[in-house]
Write a new protein. Sequence first.
Length: 296
Amino acid sequence: MGFEMKPETKDALSKDQCKVKSPNPNSVSSPHIKKKKKKEKKKKRVMRRKRSSSPGDEITAVRKLFDTCKEVFSNGGPGLIPSEDKIQQLRDILDNMKPEDVGLSQTMPYFRQDYGPESESSPPITYLHLHQCEQFSIGIFCLPPSGVIPLHNHPGMTVFSKLLFGTMHIKSYDWVVDAPMRDTKTRLAKLKMDSTLTAPCNASILYPEDGGNMHRFTARTACAVLDVLGPPYCNPEGRHCTYFLEFPLDNSSSEEDNVLRGVVEKEGHAWLQERDDNPEDLNVVGALYTGPKVED
């Protein structure tokens, strides 16, 4: 079915076909409106670029750390070590982190020698909790001068430790595989590290069976350590923190010498004895993290 025009409509169209109509400024198809719209779109694009480049929208160092940890430990679990590429990826982030990235200053009360009750036998160590999930945890240990974190283990974990400022002595061990045990709670360990670090320095890494899985921290000056654990401690899953007493082989008896003869040399080895309870020299208190946001 066709559409038939009325005669007057045909005449009107024929008369207007050769006329050049002047544009209506208010018409939607007017070039004035089109130019105006183009200017408005350009202005919006510029505003979006400005907003995206504003300081408030920049990704902070601690957020980069969080995002990288999610990627590195996404397929992790007890005893599983991330690939070399992923380990380096996380290490690069930590190596460049500074105290101000997590809102820390050496003038904070956590780092004073006289911080905490006078009755305490050792200066308190403050722990700032940033994040914890099944795959990993992020936290900061704030140690005043002479603060000590006793010798302890990290079962099935890969651990990154970054000294943010200060000077700290680290002593660490790994178990000697297949060595005879002294008793049911005492195993032979080999010294991995016995050194003093001063910030700025690169992050150190320990692994489930290597790299100094058992370590002790002693603050020579006020210092802060940023720790990333993958996976974190979990008592129900058997990953509880165990503390140890250290007995150098140099002080061992002749009977123990006979047991170890031909197995190891005395130098650089020690017996590590599991402690039944938390050490008396361990004094850790929690505090609220007030630095930049870790996650949305």
